[in-house]
Ligand binder design. Sequence first.
Ligand SMILES: Nc1ncnc2c1ncn2[C@@H]1O[C@H](COP(=O)(O)OP(=O)(O)OP(=O)(O)O)[C@@H](O)[C@H]1O
Length: 334
Amino acid sequence: MSTDRTAPRAGTGTPAIEVRGLTKRYTKRGVVKQAVDGLDLTVERGEIFAVLGPNGAGKTTTVEILEGFRKRDGGQVQVLGEDPALAGRAWRSRIGVVLQDPRDQAELTVRELVHHFATFYPAPRDPEEVIAAVGLEEKASTRSRQLSGGQRRRLDVALGIVGDPELLFLDEPTTGFDPQARRSFWDLVLSLRAGGTTILLTTHYLDEAAHLADRAAVVRDGKVVALGAPADLGGPGALRPVVRWEADGVTHVERTDHPTALVASLAARLAGPDGEVPGLRVLQPSLEDVYLELIGAAPTALPTTSSAEAVPGLPSDTRSSAVPSVPVAEEASR
Ligand SMILES: Nc1ncnc2c1ncn2[C@@H]1O[C@H](COP(=O)(O)OP(=O)(O)OP(=O)(O)O)[C@@H](O)[C@H]1O
């Protein structure tokens, strides 16, 4: 990769991506599916932005609309200052796309493919530098069908960046990777951002978003339900410890910034002859728990803030909710 592109190509004034009220529905055998339902999104120049969400949330549909591959039903979309539905070749040469499941000439070698793709662009990167940047120098003469899954994904990225795009779309880039391949792929993505490329990444993996993204949006049922730095998803307090215990056949759960004070208070009130509070657990929600809660798949041990109520005699930031005594996950945090 060229070494003279150390400064992010940020700061041109307008965001890289601006989406307002995006809608898209599909009709299949008379059944209408609202895949995207009033989605808003802004991606600033120079950032890595992750779009997270469960299967069918509308991520790929949204990304394909942004890439100009799919028509929208409604809403405003600007990508690099143009409407993808109307933009032409010059605009297309400024974006790079790594699809979820690309199919291309399996008989061509890595070197042949990267050089061939470079001819599509007005000012491509040096193909040999690109092959080195994605770590495929030793595989440059290998046919693409003979690459491993991780090497194939690196080739996909090479083809996505050889045109020296300002904006790169990565759709679930590390699905199926082993942990080591994922780590080195992450390093590659971070080096692209360091070179000034804006990156929109869709992923199912929260750890991937946490490691790579400056900001992330959680999409559910075609809408953004949370937005922010990955560590802040769910809002302030989402990662507060949760204390759980049982009393009178009811399981109680509380989020609190003062678990020690709460446990001491519970011990004083509820400890049995053995000194134990029945069913007492102190759980530390992980980012994954918060994400699962946002997409409506929360571990049942975690309370929702909407069901919270104050408990007399406890610190004011402590909130409690009581739920029927049903089996719950042994540990909320992983
Ligand atoms: N071409 C299509 N025709 C009909 N329905 C579609 C089509 N493409 C997507 N859908 C439906 O639209 C919804 C959103 O799909 P989409 O692929 O955008 O979700 P996604 O978040 O990318 O999911 P995944 O994580 O599984 O890739 C799903 O219910 C899907 O079944």
